[in-house]
Design a protein around this ligand. Structure first.
Ligand code: AP5
Ligand code: MG
Length: 214
């Protein structure tokens, strides 16, 4: 089964994708994570996209489609793929359709995660990520354990993302409404879209997604 998690910054795409990976043996393909990895390893592309990401703008379609193509060509996934934060433009959606078709695969569901702006800002400004395994925490809803160690891997290096500030977040939200939200209509018209309330607790949202995938 191949699915897209579609939603604004902070909707919980990464959180729910990680749950699905654990429970269903699926592979998470997050273009945001791939771009951050390219920055950390200092590749030419990573250096080129750094400022764009920090401002909260979208990286070019050419770069992100290239990243996804590379992953699809090099990784098999028996349980299917979770596209997290991709596609984000109509050109990316068309490219994904073609890539899957070429592989003889289908897109099974597009899950739109609905969360209002106020909650998004609250979630994002409280987020931190384990630098070793990528587990995502939240000062309010999923705090780092009292012993200061990641509950997943025991690491103790927690990071805040450079684009998790108020100004970049405003740009990210604008990019979502302007460039990405048209995909809601696009997938609705294709009959692939299911919308879930992303405002509940993490387990509640996971249940809604499981129902949508059943
Ligand atoms: P990306 O990394 O994809 O960021 P994003 O879309 O802004 O989304 P986030 O990762 O911030 O949020 P999320 O929905 O994953 O939420 P999370 O689960 O972490 O992209 C970053 C940048 O890369 C873009 O701005 C762009 O520059 C570039 N880029 C990436 N893909 C691109 C593409 N396809 N095209 C062009 N450019 C691209 O949760 C957030 C917080 O809330 C966490 O603290 C979490 O613990 C908490 N939380 C989660 N669920 C709940 C819940 N149900 N209740 C309470 N708290 C919750
Ligand atoms: Mg994410």
């Amino acid at each position: 089964m191949n699915i897209i998690l579609l939603g604004p910054p902070g909707a919980g795409k990464g959180t729910q994708a990680r749950k699905l990976v654990e429970e269903r043996d699926m592979v998470q393909l997050s273009t945001g994570d791939m771009l951050r990895a390219a920055r950390t390893s200092g590749t030419e592309m990573g250096k080129r996209v750094a400022a764009v990401m920090d401002r909260g703008e979208l990286v070019t379609d050419e770069i992100v489609i290239g990243l996804i193509r590379e992953q699809l060509e090099s990784n098999g996934s028996a349980g299917g793929y979770i596209f997290d934060g991709f596609p984000r433009t109509l050109a990316q959606a068309d490219a994904l359709g073609e890539l899957l078709r070429d592989m003889g695969e289908n897109l099974d569901h597009v899950i739109e995660m609905q969360v209002d702006d106020q909650a998004l800002v609250a979630r994002i400004t409280a987020r931190s990520t384990c630098g070793s395994c990528g587990e995502v925490f939240n000062d309010i809803t999923k705090p780092i354990p009292a012993d200061g160690k990641c509950s997943k891997c025991g690491g103790s290096d927690f990071q805040r993302r450079a684009d998790d500030n108020e100004e970049s977040l405003r740009t990210r939200l604008l990019a979502y409404y302007k460039q990405t939200s048209p995909l809601i209509g696009y997938y609705h018209a294709k009959g692939d879209l299911v919308s879930v309330d992303g405002l509940g607790g993490m387990d509640e949202v996971a249940d809604s997604i499981a129902k949508a995938l059943a």
